[in-house]
Design a protein around this ligand. Structure first.
Ligand code: DX5
Ligand code: ZN
Length: 223
């Protein structure tokens, strides 16, 4: 049984002067979760949302939050993002010396553990931590910025990850360059959670249309 298609907007392109309203509008538009792209300026050359920013938004929306931690030494920050209200915490495999321990720590904190794989990172890296995972994020851009081009050569890797996770209670997520022209390729390859930032905010017909359209295109790839 395939896992439900979920749309997880990245708030990276949102208007930060009214972030609470922006998140409420995304909830209104029918998103399944909100994807917080957390960047520390070291793992990636950009700086974004601290835990206090997310905590300030948490009481105003009900939709699930996932933190995509593009940070070095994420163990230092796990409890802060869980306490801020993130239901899922995704760490980069490339940033973890002891990935098994870090994922176990996220679970002990009561959140769903996830791992993100940069474009160069082989899927086999999750082999010995599969039982700890609730989500695997296959990056379809090099992390750090929104609005980049989708790396279509990641599609075989998405399929490899999906095969590795068969039978496990674990989502396959993609992040980067996901829009109307790329979502079907990613979904057909095996992704069921789709992160999109620019494409959602650039849809001239509005957020709800963008979310509905992406979901429809992803679902249309299924038998
Ligand atoms: C990269 C970010 C982006 C973002 C999505 O570090 O993770 O992938 O969420 O950006 P778009 O949808 O604009 O490519
Ligand atoms: Zn992300």
């Amino acid at each position: 049984m395939s896992r439900p298609v979920e749309i997880a907007p990245s708030v990276l392109p949102a208007d930060y002067s009214k972030l609470g309203e922006e998140c409420a509008a995304l909830q209104e538009a029918g998103v399944d979760r909100i994807h917080w792209d957390v960047m520390d300026g070291v793992f990636v050359p950009n700086l974004t949302f601290g835990p206090d920013v997310i905590a300030s938004i948490r009481p105003h929306v009900d939709v699930a939050f996932e933190a995509h931690l593009m940070v070095v030494e994420p163990d230092r920050l796990l409890s802060r993002y869980v306490d801020a209200g993130c239901d899922t915490v995704i760490v980069h495999a490339e940033a973890c010396t002891h990935l098994h321990r870090t994922l176990s720590h996220i679970a002990e904190l009561g959140a769903t553990p996830g791992v993100a794989l940069n474009p160069h990172t082989p899927p086999g890296l999750i082999n010995h931590v599969r039982d700890l995972l609730g989500i695997v994020l296959v990056m379809t851009v090099n992390p750090g910025f929104g609005g980049q081009a989708y790396i279509a050569s990641m599609e075989p890797k998405i399929s490899e990850v999906a095969t590795l996770l068969e039978g496990l209670d674990c989502d396959v997520e993609v992040d980067g360059g996901i829009g109307p022209n790329t979502v079907a390729g990613a979904a057909a390859a095996g992704a069921n959670v789709l992160v999109s930032g620019s494409a959602i905010y650039q849809d001239l017909e509005g957020l709800e249309h963008a979310v509905t359209d992406l979901k429809k295109r992803a679902q249309a790839t299924r038998p």
